[in-house]
Design a protein around this ligand. Structure first.
Ligand code: 173
Length: 319
């Protein structure tokens, strides 16, 4: 062997032997805009992972929808263009309709890990989207209908509403016309008067300044907003065990913070009132029927879209 060749060979084998090459770096994108609080929470989590994961696991935050558009993030994870994402299922129903069913969960993420829902989710996510579902980092958070026109009953006839798949069946069942947009396009749609309202969680209005363009919130809320960390399944399998264990532990710890949302949501509700957003409330019977309708059309849609898994998901997520 020539000396130069030998040196190259020695360098190639020496690196793994020294252990340095075992550190794994994963690339993560957010399907939500970078100025959203979800992203701040996630980048703080990443900082913690990177501090504790030196030599084992590092996560590299690539960016938000400017890097990969909201509704393309799921496919980017599926195909391995990126390793991980922060997203909600509604943004990747193009890959599998089941993704949107997580909004219908009535049991907590912690309970889902115990009752088999988490395992079922991982079976479906692996089979249909080549994904590992790591952790749910938003829950205990209802969605609401926000409006700029007043209504006095749950009739959305004549109203044009911005949606994602989360709200489609429900708002249409109430007579509304709908158009799908990513969160990043809502402000402009409100400003131009293209829409009369939109679906959104009780929180995170202020992140995107929508309070400036919003007159009413309809109460009560419905469903259970879901935002999760997902990962490319091939990458998940390829990562060395120490890094994978650490990732699993750190993701679980992030999910374990979800109680946080309860107090945060109370505070956001108060801030909305302070910002002049008026509430539209129905009487008790109408409110009950409104929430029941949301649930009924939600599950009907989920079961219709997935004859294979819809009923199983319902049994474990909303027993
Ligand atoms: O309205 C949305 O963009 C949406 O579907 C969603 C889902 C979870 C959290 C926040 C928004």
């Amino acid at each position: 062997m020539k000396i130069t060749k030998w040196l190259a060979f020695a360098a190639a084998v020496a690196v793994p032997a020294a252990g340095a090459a075992q550190e794994v770096t994963l690339r993560l994108v957010s399907a939500f805009p970078e100025n959203q609080f979800y992203v701040k929470r996630t980048t703080e989590w990443i900082e913690k992972v990177n501090k504790e994961g030196k030599g084992v696991l590092q996560i590299n935050f690539i960016g938000g929808p400017k890097a990969i558009p909201t509704f393309e993030v799921g496919n980017a994870v599926k195909t391995g263009v990126v390793d991980m994402a922060l997203s909600t299922g509604a943004f990747y129903t193009n890959l599998m309709p089941e993704a949107d069913a997580l909004k219908l969960a009535e049991v907590s993420a912690a309970q889902q890990r115990k009752n088999g829902a988490y395992d079922l989710i991982n079976k479906i996510w692996a089979e249909k989207a080549n994904m590992r579902y790591l952790a749910r980092v938003v829950e205990f958070t209802p969605f609401h209908l926000y409006l700029n026109k007043k209504i006095d009953k749950p009739d959305l006839t004549g109203l044009k509403l911005r949606i994602t798949p989360v709200y489609r069946d429900f708002f249409q069942a109430l007579g509304g016309s709908v158009m799908t947009t990513a969160p990043g396009e809502v402000y402009t749609a409100l400003e131009r008067g293209v829409i009369d309202g939109y679906g959104w969680p009780i929180h995170a209005l202020f992140d995107l300044n929508w309070q400036e363009k919003t007159k009413f919130r309809v109460d009560p809320g419905f469903y259970n907003a879901e935002v999760s960390l997902i990962m490319n399944l091939d990458k998940w399998k390829a990562v060395p065990a120490p890094a994978r264990d650490m990732l699993e532990r750190q993701a679980l710890a992030y999910e374990g913070q979800n109680e946080f949302w309860k107090a945060y949501n109370r505070e956001e509700t108060r801030k909305q009132a302070q910002a002049g957003i008026q509430t539209i409330a129905f009487d008790a019977a109408t409110s009950r029927a409104y929430v029941e309708k949301a649930k009924e059309v939600g599950w009907a849609g989920a079961v219709k879209a997935s004859p294979q898994y819809g009923a199983q998901l319902k049994k474990l997520l909303a027993p």
